[in-house]
Design a protein. Structure first.
Length: 138
């Protein structure tokens, strides 16, 4: 594995189970045990019914591009060789929205409502990032 030269999100106490799931190539989000609502980022209570009873739940990893922006300037030197690149918000079929990248697609081909599915990138021995790619059925 080559050296990874981009910033990595630091896990917090609240997000550690999410990153552990990514390491296992599983996309996990909180799901309320009372009302069934899925959300992200993690929080102590369900944002819909305020229940404190919730479980980290594996989701399908399928969704659609909700929004995106294409960057033509590198704001961190680790991204310089990837210009232009897109920062994308994906809305999962289960509802939560995740900020991410779409791989296997030129930024000029991105469109809102484009179907995508999760892929995992083992960037270091200890860290796996989630990304999305165009869905095979889309």
């Amino acid at each position: 594995m080559s050296e990874y030269n981009k910033p990595l999100p630091p896990p917090s106490v609240e997000s550690e189970p999410f990153w552990d799931g990514c390491k296992r190539h599983e996309l996990l989000v909180p799901r309320c045990d009372r009302c069934g609502y899925h959300w992200f980022p993690p929080a102590a209570t369900c944002p819909k019914c305020w229940s404190t009873d919730w479980t980290w739940t594996r989701v399908s990893g399928k969704g659609r591009v909700y929004s995106f922006g294409v960057y033509h300037r590198a704001y961190h030197k680790g991204f310089a060789e990837e210009l232009p690149y897109a920062l994308v918000v994906v809305e999962l079929d289960e509802g939560p929205r995740l900020t991410t990248n779409v791989v296997g697609c030129d930024p000029g081909e991105l469109s809102c409502d484009m179907p995508v599915e999760v892929v995992f990138d083992d960037v270091t021995e200890d860290r796996t990032l989630y990304k999305f790619k165009p869905a095979n059925d889309g």
